[in-house]
Ligand binder design. Structure first.
Ligand SMILES: *Cc1c(COP(=O)(O)O)cnc(C)c1O
Length: 819
């Protein structure tokens, strides 16, 4: 890497010629007629020439070096726009900006033409994207495996305050400039049918799957560009295509349309991303997506393994497969099937390989998010896999019997098969039994996995359950999205920090430096202005950047408690109007969140926030002190404007419910102070910054559990707290929906008669009190600046580079290969 981070030989004239060539030949546009969009596409294609070359060369090097690799299997990769980020990783941002300038174009404007590839829902998918970035930055050999959804996460708009969903055709008509089709990697995937017994030439009794339907998986590679190095790893996304366009027998019967049905159906497998976050729906098409993803990926891993000259017995030595949640669990019986039925290994030999190849990351303790699939569904779609799952379970239950003889209740609890009116396969149990490592995603979460979710597994397999605390990539989440702060950091600690975030700790000494405080806060102000301009332009709301920018952006979910935030806003509204002694610093509450289309209460909460926003933003009695902004279509590219502009970060989940969170880390790095519960990674963030530099409130995990056990009564809080009562009762009036009372009452009903499952009312008073403390402290700008700087300085633990080193050292046993 050269001094300015440039890793790529850059010939400006050749680059400009390549852009023009793509403009005219790839996109059939003349220079005179080219729109900004076609310029962006042509520029993307010209840049992809570099990355594709490096991708192929990296593949070659790794095969030659016989390097051990990690295969990161995830149904979601929420990568966000690639162009700006790749330019930074390639060290070409300035060069390309200049080249485009010479062609009369502004790079910043062109970057805005890119549609986010939103191939994920939220934190889990974004984590996979940050991890790919960190694998490449540190040159840990890796392949990311995902699905090439035709439609990513739906686009959100608000119509009269209500969420509407529209399909997200992220590739546009022209295709995505960064992706490259790899026709030679095409795989066949079988579905349905039955299992046959037969005797092979040695007289051994064997089983084989006779499928009823075959589809094709074609590979699209997106380049994951290593920051400051020459490695480019593939994010390999499988697209499903039907092989046989028709069923010949039915075609010959004259049923032309019916004959194409299996093909039409199969063509739908990768049509759309399921929009649920932390919720399992159990739909057949989703299982088909999961199996399609796993079958293609496992086959590709084996192809690479053999192409590099290795034997099947060496698989676990050279390849490890990380399962991002249970979504790709079916890869385990798939590998077993191949080892048993195709390689003809015995069970023990096959099990030795498979169980030493897979590792599993648990992302949630929420019961509704723990995947189960009905035995009947798996039996029909994947009959051989169902047999293998039964055999894994049978052998596992013998281990349980040996440990706890005669204890049927433990057996029932640990069994991979849940008994009941219809038998279900518990995917998390299958994972814990069949992998060599299971990790939670923050220290607290991993403790709860051991203590509450899998205590017996922890006894049975000591050491298997571990922790790797999540992180985020400082390239996208500081350097790219916050150029002002980045320049300031570089000036003080040197230019290495994006690849070595430990360096950022050197900022600590400037936390009390008056001049640095001023400049740091000036950058914050600019970032607030950038957000205010976006809001003005896109939503027509005018904002004052002297107000506290208080931001909650994350998927809409009861456990994340956007409704607690809403109740606080309602209490401020009530007090501003009714308590003449009440004073507050002006504040803007921002929200960004998509609700799963079938999640009624989440949609009600969005509607309520929008209605409250409409009222408070236009109520002259409030003197401009209170504004509420719900930005539509929250996504990575919007996040890049929001995180840098925050003064206050809302991380207010019920303790024990948020596994880690990663938004919390992005905010703190960018100098927002957190108001948060002792949940997920908030706990470790508090350890890093110290209690004075974070605002912690609310019940602890054990207090939550105890309160629930005692019998939680939300009415008690309602009756005891007049401010809370006023806030809740506003939801039953027509204050925010003039002439139509009752439109917001579902939320109040859920919190009172519905039993308030996430203890919103129990935490309300402490939350309000803590916000009062924030209000008071913000008025002292020097103190605030010091705390904000300390947050930036003390966040290095939460670089995803550290997370990846933890995985590499403690789980994968993986070494970097430098190109
Ligand atoms: C970081 C991020 C998330 C995760 O946010 P949490 O607050 O951790 O739930 C979700 N969506 C986007 C677009 C993100 O960038």
């Amino acid at each position: 890497m050269t001094k300015n981070g440039q890793t790529q030989q850059f010939d400006k004239a050749a680059f400009k010629a390549a852009v023009e060539k793509h403009l005219t030949t790839t996109y059939a546009t003349t220079l005179a007629n080219a729109t900004p969009r076609s310029w962006y596409l042509a520029m993307g294609r010209a840049l992809a020439e570099f990355t594709t070359t490096n991708l192929l060369e990296t593949e070659k090097t790794l095969a030659e070096e016989k390097a051990r690799s990690v295969n990161y299997l995830s149904l979601e990769f929420l990568i966000g726009r690639l162009t700006g980020n790749n330019l930074i990783s390639m060290g070409l941002y300035e060069n390309v900006s200049q080249a485009m300038e010479e062609m009369g174009l502004n790079l910043t404007d062109l970057l805005e033409e890119e549609r986010d590839p939103a191939l994920g829902n939220g934190g889990l998918g974004r984590l996979a994207a940050c991890f790919m970035d960190s694998l490449a930055a540190q040159e840990y050999p890796a392949v990311g495996y995902g699905l090439h959804y035709e439609y990513g996460l739906f686009r959100q708009s608000f119509v009269d305050g209500r969420q509407e969903e529209a399909p997200d055709a992220w590739r546009g008509a022209e295709g995505y400039p960064w992706e490259v089709l790899r026709p030679e990697l095409t795989q066949q995937v079988n579905l349905y049918g039955h299992v046959e017994a037969y005797t092979d030439e040695n007289g051994t009794a064997c089983r084989r799957w006779v499928p009823a339907l075959t589809v094709e998986g074609v590979a699209w590679d997106l380049p994951i560009v290593g920051y400051g190095n020459k490695s480019v790893y593939p994010l390999r996304l499988w697209e499903c295509r039907s092989t046989a366009p028709f069923n010949l027998a039915r075609f010959n019967d004259g049923d032309y349309v019916g004959a194409q049905f299996p093909a039409l159906e199969a063509g739908n497998v990768t049509k759309v991303l399921y929009p649920n976050d932390n919720h399992d729906q159990g739909k057949a098409l989703r299982l088909m997506q999961q199996y399609f993803h796993c079958a293609c990926s496992v086959a590709d891993i084996l192809r690479r393994h053999h192409a590099a000259g290795h034997t099947i017995e060496e698989l676990a030595k050279l390849e490890t497969i990380q399962l991002n949640d249970t979504h790709p669990t079916i890869a385990i019986p798939e590998l077993m099937r191949i080892l048993l039925d195709e390689y003809k290994l015995g069970w023990d030999a096959a099990w030795e390989i498979a169980s030493n190849t897979f590792a599993y990351t648990n992302h949630t303790l929420l019961p509704e998010a723990l995947e189960t699939w009905s035995e009947a569904l798996i039996q029909a779609m994947l009959p051989r896999h169902m047999e293998i799952i039964f055999e894994i379970n049978h052998r596992f239950l013998q281990v349980v019997e040996a440990k706890w003889p005669g204890n049927n209740s433990i057996k029932r609890k640990l069994s991979i098969i849940e008994e009941g009116p219809q038998r279900m396969v518990r995917m998390a149990n299958l994972c814990v039994v069949s992998t060599y490592a299971v990790n939670g995603v923050a220290a607290l979460h991993s403790e709860l996995v051991k203590r509450d979710l899998f205590p017996e597994f922890n006894e049975l397999f000591p050491g298997r359950l571990t922790n790797v605390t999540n992180g985020v990539t400082p390239r996208r989440w500081i350097k790219y999205c916050n150029p002002g702060l980045s320049a300031l950091i570089t000036e003080k600690v040197g230019e290495d920090w994006p690849a070595h975030l430990e360096k950022i700790a050197e900022l600590e000494q400037f936390a009390t430096d008056a001049d640095f405080q001023k400049r740091y806060m000036a950058v914050k102000k600019e970032n607030k202005q950038r957000l205010a301009d976006w809001v003005e332009e896109n939503m027509g709301i005018e904002l004052d950047t002297n107000a506290i920018f208080d931001i909650q952006i994350k998927r809409l979910h009861e456990y994340k408690r956007q409704h607690l935030n809403l109740l606080h806003i309602l209490s401020l509204y009530h007090r501003l109007l009714n308590d003449p002694t009440f004073d507050m610093h002006p504040r803007v509450f921002f929200f960004g969140a998509k609700a799963a289309p079938g999640y009624a209460l989440a949609k009600d909460i969005i509607f309520a926030i929008n209605k409250v926003a409409e009222k408070v933003n236009n109520d002259p009695r409030l003197g401009g002190k209170l504004k509420v902004v719900f930005v539509p279509d929250y996504r990575v590219s919007l996040a890049e404007i929001l995180f840098p502009a925050a003064d206050v970060s809302e991380q207010i989940s019920t303790a024990g419910k948020e596994a880690s969170g990663t938004g919390n880390m992005k905010f703190a790095m960018n100098g927002a102070l957190t108001i948060g519960t002792m949940d997920g990674a908030n706990v470790e963030m508090r350890e890093e910054v110290g209690d004075d530099n974070i605002f912690i409130f609310g019940l602890l995990v054990d207090e939550v559990q105890q309160l629930k056990q005692e019998g939680y009564d939300p009415y008690r809080y309602y009756q005891a707290d007049s401010v809370l009562r006023a806030a809740l009762d506003l939801l039953d009036t027509d204050e925010f929906t003039p002439g139509q009372p009752g439109q917001l009452s579902a939320i109040r009903a859920n919190l009172l008669d519905g039993g308030d499952p996430y203890l919103v009312l129990a935490d309300f008073a402490d939350y309000v009190k803590t916000h009062e403390k924030i209000d008071a402290e913000y008025r002292d700008q020097k103190t605030w600046a010091r705390k904000a700087i300390l947050n930036t300085a003390l966040m290095s633990k939460f670089s995803s580079d550290r997370s990846i080193r933890d995985y590499a050292n403690n789980i994968w046993k993986l070494d970097p290969v430098n190109r």
